[in-house]
Ligand binder design. Structure first.
Ligand SMILES: Cc1cc2nc3c(=O)[nH]c(=O)nc-3n(C[C@H](O)[C@H](O)[C@H](O)COP(=O)(O)O)c2cc1C
Length: 370
């Protein structure tokens, strides 16, 4: 029987177990440069076989939240090196998540205060970014109306993904995960209720709406190799005004075929139910699995029991945990020993410093305090 706690070979990497830490934005970098506190945070959680960093902007126009560490400047590459060294010293493998928010952004997040860019000029309804409020203080702000990228500019963004991937490897990352989930730019191309383009990246054909993500993946593969390239997707997801459409399954199964041919490091599916949105229909996993022949990760409301069952049934290879990793730096040990999990203080998820970030105790430290 395959078990959650035994080593697993993912591409060229031997992971110490089948547990991944899901990408989580923590907004602790006001200057956009990764630092020693980030290195401590990730290394505290390095008992996971695979760590995936918080979403990391690929350019200054890719930003939609304040205080996020990027990967498009030399000082950011040098900062991430502290993180990757600390995680490697602690014996784990680390990928970074390459992020372009597209229209989930506010003019205060954009260089020169210009409109954010997207596949469309249509605003995301009922959606907020984290920018500067009217009185100039950081806070939740309604997203701004975007500007549709020209065809040439789309190619420029694809080049930004490839450059950020090369920067990631220069910073010591073992690979990159493109953020194709949660209503951000890649999904703004995939979803035909958003993508109203009429060029080669048009939303009303399968080839058109998948062209952006596949060209971005191919550009990244060309720079750093398929075994270092991965992607996160959230089929059926509803975050940031992603409306359902009849061709959801066809679109994602088409991508499953396309990714199989490319031999990616992994495909990471995210079920948004635990984040307050729509669940992936349970029977979709089997159909996706039948079409995708590589390593499959699933995140969203994971428990030890569920992870073991899904791995045993052969539906996934690696189980990713998000929020449980925040308050349980020793999550792997807690799961293995069936120790109770500590609840995270959600008020401390984003922003601030060490408090609520690197000061959550391990189970044994908790016992000493008690
Ligand atoms: C504080 C916080 C920040 C997150 N930031 C990101 C992110 O940057 N990129 C991403 O793809 N998902 C992000 N997520 C979603 C998680 O990766 C994960 O998929 C989600 O929390 C569901 O898993 P869970 O139920 O184990 O928490 C975030 C979640 C939390 C709680």
């Amino acid at each position: 029987m395959k078990t959650l706690f035994e080593p697993f070979m993912m591409g060229g990497h031997m992971l110490r177990n089948r547990i991944a830490m899901a990408p989580m934005t923590r907004a602790r970098n006001p200057d956009g440069v990764p630092n020693a506190l980030n290195a401590l945070y990730y290394s505290q959680r390095a008992a996971a076989g695979l760590l995936i960093t918080e979403g990391t902007p690929i350019s200054d126009t890719a930003e939609g939240f304040l205080s996020i560490p990027g990967l498009y400047r030399a000082d950011q590459v040098a900062g991430w090196r502290k993180v990757t060294d600390a995680v490697h010293d602690a014996g784990s493998v680390i990928f970074t998540q390459l992020w372009h928010v597209g229209r989930v952004s506010h003019v205060s997040n954009q260089p020169g205060g210009v409109a954010p860019v997207s596949s469309t000029a249509r605003i995301a309804r009922n959606s907020q970014a984290w920018g500067l409020t009217e009185n100039g203080t950081p806070g939740a702000v309604d997203v701004s109306k975007p500007r549709a990228l020209s065809t040439d500019e789309v190619r420029g963004v694809i080049a930004d993904f490839a450059q950020a991937a090369a920067n990631a490897v220069a910073a010591g990352f073992d690979g990159v995960e493109l953020h194709g989930a949660n209503g951000y730019l890649i999904e703004q191309f995939l979803n035909p209720t958003v993508n109203d383009r009429t060029d080669a990246y048009r939303g009303d054909t399968l080839e058109g709406r998948t062209r952006f993500v596949l060209e971005a993946i191919d550009a990244v593969i060309a720079r750093i190799g398929a075994e270092k390239t991965a992607i996160r997707l959230s089929p059926y997801g509803g975050l940031f005004d992603m409306q359902p459409y009849p061709e959801i399954e066809d679109t994602y199964l088409f991508l499953a075929d396309a990714f199989s041919k490319r031999g990616l490091a992994y495909v990471h599916l995210m079920d948004q139910k635990s984040r307050g949105s729509v669940a992936i229909p349970p029977d979709f996993f089997g159909r996706f699995r039948a079409r995708y022949n590589g390593v499959l990760i699933l995140a969203g409301g994971m428990t030890r029991d569920r992870a073991e069952r899904l791995i045993d049934e052969g539906l996934i290879d690696i189980a990713a945990f998000g929020e449980p990793f925040i308050a349980n730096p020793d999550l792997v040990e807690r799961l293995e020993n069936n120790w109770p999990l500590a609840p995270a203080d959600r008020a401390l998820h984003y922003g601030g410093g060490a408090h609520g970030y690197t000061d959550y105790p391990t189970h044994s430290e908790e016992s000493i305090v008690a």
